[in-house]
Design a protein around this ligand. Structure first.
Ligand code: ADP
Ligand code: ZN
Length: 818
């Protein structure tokens, strides 16, 4: 008699599915294990077991499970509970959470592409006929889908074959898609046991007297081994002796050397020294720490509001050490991958190999490895420093979650679903573990500060910078004045230019902030006014000088910039506005002797690009750093004397209820990079609006003023924290359909929610990748229960989907839209 199990597929499906399995197999199964199952038109997926002993399905005939992929659960029941909460709170499916939560490499499926592994050497390995067939095919074709391999070897299911070949290192999986996990193996060499002992060794050297190259390799091996009791890497020996691999191979074949492999951890291996390394806190920091510890007697989250460079990170370190002493794990969330670089170094010095970074720039195998380490619950990876996705790791005994720069909007996932806020989800996750949560910021979000003021969070403050360093001096520069008085050099006011000169003379460094990448945001024809736009999106193209290209920042479309206008044919194209690339170019002209680097999306695409830029600036090989938002977040450089903001106005004029809050946060944060250690820094802000209220609050460091004003406005105009927001976006290729569908949806919502419904409206960019967008904003008053609200929306969606003309419109929910 067959048994039936319930599985979760990594797909946006409303329901789980039931599969059949034999009684013998079912006894091996546990909840949270992976199984390979067929779904749809003969596609195979990695699914997760979520129910044992289910009833057979009535609506369809259950297909059979192809294969059990795990010996023990990959995902715990607590994680499953967390996913379920997330799907229901953020209005998506558990399958979408599953896909985001588990590293792609652990989700092999029939559409996954594999290719040959160049490192693999066949040697004397035994290959079965299917394996040879696959390897042969991969010599003719660079990649194969798992489904193609199935037909090649005439087997219905090639997943087990593929995972076996992956484990043996014969093939690799395309990183951009999903793949299989394989520990990293490193080859080592040692003298064959037969020659251990002096006599045998002498004999050997004699016999090699006519093979000088081989002798040399051998002598080098002894040299490397001398004193250190460490395995010798095969690649090190090659490098040291400058011999080719073939000489070494001859020695292996002759059984003089012996080759062996060890599994090397991809994550760090150093020892930490928390006891000596932890900073001695000053009295103010110490008070803060004591207050936090007092709040931690109850599960209430705590907000640490401390000005930039007040030593928040040092306080985190003390809390981490404490948590580790209690034998628990720490999750340390940061908003930006760029930040993990600097912080990982800082934390590794204290906690050694217990620290593991986790973010999307890492390779898939690295991520899978951290997953397994956490599951073991040992010392390795007991402090995870990660971007928001680290929230989904399989913790075994989580004790503390730190959320640094809690105000950052990059904590909210925008696309794809689940559109979760990592800070809010972390607070929920902590409640499952009875773990403590500390939010830290120099510019808390209005919501969090409000929560702290109303007693929902504990509030701890640090008002002064460490070492009594004063917060930087701030000065506004009136651009209109400077242009009128001809006190401008390119986009630099003379004041800013002279301050740069002076700072460089003092051997200090400069950071310049401009919120746009590229050379200039707009190209315009002076004759006819034509502005080249993206063919797929409703935006103008940005000029990138270095590549001579016009690029779309929404879909990546790019083309060469012609010399004539495409509309009127005149050679009168002109560039307007300012991007990071142009700032860098102008700097190079003004300061030809000084080294400048640029940090924005364009210059940080590679895996190590961030660390290269940051390390060069830290080592003072580079004197000036030009960047977008990326330079504003949490970086700690000791020698920055001047921060220049090229143009604050784009931040002020942004149409969003959060524009002023964000402007305050961004400018305060970027200013906070100046003069962090031994001297007072200077911040110059260029603007056309020097009398703007927010700029005044920034220059006087008046967070309280900003908070009071923003809270008042949000209460007046009904925005968070006064209400909760759900943004509903409709997308379709046809303008008409979106137009009508959105009107229908908004009308239906109004019958339930009345005046809480805003729109439908076109967003600022209303066509992206050839899809038209229209949005509806739903405001939910405080106190109105959320679950019934969401059910009403879902009911409306079901009626909507029942209208065939609307069914192909994509509906996207963004709960707690920020
Ligand atoms: P924040 O996280 O609040 O911006 P940091 O923790 O980065 O501040 O501190 C700013 C700088 O001052 C860092 O270089 C840090 O090492 C140093 N610092 C802060 N507190 C101490 C302390 N108690 N002892 C030694 N150095 C400290
Ligand atoms: Zn585009």
């Amino acid at each position: 008699m067959d048994h039936f199990i319930e599985v979760l597929l990594p797909l946006p499906l409303e329901r789980n599915f039931t599969y059949a399995i034999s009684p013998a197999e079912v006894s091996r199964l546990r909840i949270g294990m992976r199984v390979a199952v067929p779904f749809g038109k003969s596609k195979l997926y990695t699914a997760l077991v979520v129910g044992l002993n289910t009833d057979p399905p009535t609506a369809y005939e259950a297909k059979r499970v192809y294969e059990i992929l795990d010996e023990k659960p990959l995902v715990s029941e607590l994680q499953l509970k967390f996913w379920k909460w997330m799907a229901s709170y953020y209005m998506c499916t558990p399958g979408e959470v599953f896909r985001t939560a588990v590293p792609g490499i652990l989700l092999l499926e029939s559409e996954t592409r594999v290719s040959g592994e160049p490192q693999w050497e066949r040697g004397s390995a035994d290959l079965d006929p299917s394996e040879s067939l696959v390897l042969q095919a991969l010599q003719h074709q660079s990649t194969l889908r798992v489904s193609e391999i199935s037909s090649l070897v005439e087997r219905k299911n090639a997943l087990p074959l593929v995972s076996r070949m992956l484990k043996r290192g014969m093939i690799r999986v395309e990183e951009t898609l999903s793949g299989g996990y394989r520990p990293k193996e490193v080859r080592f060499l040692r003298l064959h046991p037969a020659y251990r002992g002096e006599e045998a060794l002498e004999e050997l050297l004699k016999s090699l007297s006519r093979a000088p190259k081989q002798t040399e390799v051998l002598l080098h091996l002894f040299q490397l081994q001398q004193g250190v009791n460490k395995p010798i890497k095969s690649t090190d020996l090659e490098k040291q002796t400058g011999t080719s691999r073939s000489v070494i191979k001859t020695l292996i074949d002759k059984e003089v050397l012996e080759q062996y492999t060890l599994i090397q951890d991809r994550i760090g291996n150093q020892e930490g020294r928390p006891d000596q390394g932890l900073a001695v806190l000053n009295p103010e920091q110490n008070n803060a720490l004591t207050e936090i510890q007092a709040f931690f007697k109850t599960p209430k989250p705590v907000l640490l509001y401390g000005v930039t460079a007040s030593g928040k990170t040092e306080i985190y370190s003390h809390l981490i050490a404490e948590t580790l002493r209690a034998g628990k794990q720490v999750l340390y969330l940061v908003p930006e991958i760029a930040l993990t670089t600097q912080l990982t170094h800082r934390m590794e010095e204290l906690f050694g190999s217990r620290v593991a970074a986790f973010h999307s720039r890492q390779s898939q195998p690295e991520r899978a490895e951290i997953w397994y380490h956490l599951q073991e619950g040992g010392e390795k990876a007991s402090v995870v420093l990660g971007a928001r996705s680290a929230l989904f790791l399989p913790f075994e005994h989580l004790g503390l979650i730190l959320i640094d720069e809690e105000h950052e909007n990059s904590y909210k996932q925008f696309d794809p679903a689940p559109r979760y806020h990592a800070r809010d989800a972390a607070i929920l996750l902590a409640s499952y573990w009875d773990a403590r949560v500390l939010l830290g910021s120099a510019t808390p979000s209005v919501e969090s500060y409000h929560n702290a003021k109303t007693g929902k969070y504990g509030l701890v403050e640090i008002r002064g910078r460490y070492g009594g360093v004063l917060l930087p001096e701030m000065e506004l520069i009136n651009l209109a004045d400077a242009y009128r008085k001809k006190q401008m050099a390119g986009h630099f006011s003379h004041r800013l230019r002279d301050a740069i000169t002076e700072t460089l003379e003092q051997k200090r460094q400069v950071i310049l902030f401009q919120n746009r990448r590229g050379f200039s945001p707009i190209v315009e024809c002076l004759s006819c006014g034509h502005v080249p736009g993206c063919p797929n999106c409703d935006v103008s193209l940005t000029y990138h000088q270095q590549r001579g290209q016009l690029r779309c920042h929404y879909c990546g479309f790019h083309r060469h910039l012609e010399s004539e206008c495409q509309a009127c044919g005149m050679a009168t194209l002109d560039t307007k506005g300012l991007g990071t690339e142009q700032v860098t170019t102008e700097l190079a002209e003004m300061f030809p002797e000084t080294k400048t680097s640029r940090m924005d999306l364009d210059t940080t695409r590679g895996k190590h690009a961030f660390s290269r830029i940051i390390e060069a600036f830290e080592a003072r090989e580079v004197q000036m750093l030009v960047g977008t938002q990326m330079v504003t977040k949490g970086l700690d450089f000791g020698n920055v004397g001047l921060v220049g903001i090229m143009n604050a106005d784009t931040l002020l004029n942004y149409p969003h209820f959060r524009a002023h809050e964000r402007c305050f946060q961004l400018l305060t944060q970027v200013a906070g990079r100046a003069g962090r250690k031994d001297f007072r820094g200077l911040v110059l802000i260029q603007t056309y609006n020097p009398y703007h209220q927010i700029l005044k609050q920034v220059t006087t460091g008046d967070y309280q003023g900003m908070f009071r004003e923003q809270l008042y406005e949000r209460e007046q105009f009904k925005y968070p924290p006064e209400v909760r927001l759900i943004k509903i976006t409709l997308r379709h290729r046809e303008w008409n359909r979106v137009e009508e569908g959105a009107a229908w949806f908004a009308r239906s919502l109004r019958t339930v929610f009345g005046t809480g419904v805003l729109g439908p409206e076109y967003p600022p960019v209303s066509r992206i990748r050839n899809q038209y967008h229209k949005q509806i904003l739903l405001k939910i008053p405080k106190g109105q229960p959320l679950a019934p609200t969401k059910n009403s929306i879902k009911r409306i969606q079901r009626s909507f989907d029942a209208i065939s003309y609307y069914r192909s419109i994509r509906l996207v929910y963004n709960v707690d839209y920020i």
